[in-house]
Design a protein around this ligand. Structure first.
Ligand SMILES: [Ca+2]
Ligand SMILES: [Ca+2]
Ligand SMILES: [Ca+2]
Ligand SMILES: [Ca+2]
Length: 291
């Protein structure tokens, strides 16, 4: 049994949205996320549905203090970003744009939320205040390719994301939090997606099909020292670090449909957390020390 699973809450969205971008060349990658999802909280395998809404509620992200979740939902007709308390109460809508808005990610100080939107013609990374105040979203990227899945470095200085160069060749890119200084960290014809910073900021985990099927990888924050963490013929995607950096939550289809697993940071000792005939995706790990 991994050390911290019983102490921590992992939030996830049921449905196969985690792997959807990899198999789709859709011009609207945010608005076309999988339907029938709803964020749930699982602590050692017990599930609580937080949203109870017929719309698709996806991509849950914990606030740094563990009191709120941001998520994307199409409950108002197209994908928008929302926040709610950790018990599902006080849902607030933060975006209001006919384009698709998704992939919310909190800044480490909890004041801002980065997200992806195709409101300017293709998916770009934006940032807005987490409480809905201010003039709205500020655009950080300006690239004709789709930019998705932002993830803030633990020191708040940088944002990692994935850029879709041709519908199948995603690369991991890092920029300064003001959008300057882009650096492409991967350079492989396969699809490299969904960067996740380790809590100490030293490593970036992601998933890639560079070895024939989706596996979890981790590299140094400068792109060096690449390590493969999983080795299973099924799809292994959507890594999320534990708060102490010793483990990752991942999604795998190794038991027939998408379930949440926890692996050690070196890839060993996979433990399955969910057992449900529906797909379970998009894990996000809350900091147990804050709860
Ligand atoms: Ca929208
Ligand atoms: Ca773009
Ligand atoms: Ca690639
Ligand atoms: Ca695999």
């Amino acid at each position: 049994m991994p050390r911290h699973v019983a102490l921590l809450l992992i939030v996830l969205a049921a449905a196969g949205c985690s792997a959807a971008p990899s198999s789709s060349a859709s011009p609207s990658p945010i608005a076309t996320e999988t339907v029938d999802a709803s964020p749930s909280v699982v602590a050692d395998g017990s599930l609580v549905n937080l949203t109870q809404n017929p719309a698709a509620d996806m991509q849950p992200a914990w606030s740094p203090d563990g009191t709120q979740l941001a998520f994307a939902s199409d409950r108002d007709g197209n994908a928008e970003i929302y926040t709610m308390n950790a018990d599902g109460s006080e849902v607030a809508r933060l975006t209001n744009d006919p384009a698709g808005d998704g992939f919310p990610a909190w800044s480490p100080d909890g004041t801002r939320i980065a997200f992806a939107s195709d409101r300017d013609g293709n998916a770009e990374i934006y940032v807005m205040n987490a409480d809905g105040s201010g003039a709205g979203a500020t655009r950080l990227t300006d690239d004709p390719n789709n930019d998705l899945a932002p993830a803030w470095s633990p020191d708040g200085a940088r944002i990692g994301f994935d850029r879709d160069f041709d519908g199948v060749n995603f690369e991991i890119v890092v920029m300064n939090a003001d959008g300057s200084g882009e650096i492409k960290l991967t350079d492989d014809p396969a699809s490299d997606q969904s960067p996740a910073w380790s809590p100490d900021g030293a490593r970036l985990a992601f998933f890639s099909d560079r070895n024939g099927n989706f596996e979890i990888y981790a590299m140094s924050a400068d792109g060096s020292a690449l390590a493969r963490l999983t080795d299973d013929p099924a799809d292994d995607v959507a890594p999320a670090w534990s708060p102490d950096g010793s483990q990752l939550a991942i999604v795998s289809t190794r038991d027939g449909n998408e379930e949440i697993y926890v692996i050690e940071a070196d890839g060993s000792d996979a433990v399955r957390l969910t057992t449900d005939p529906a797909d379970d995706g998009d894990p996000a790990w809350a900091d147990g020390a804050a709860r």
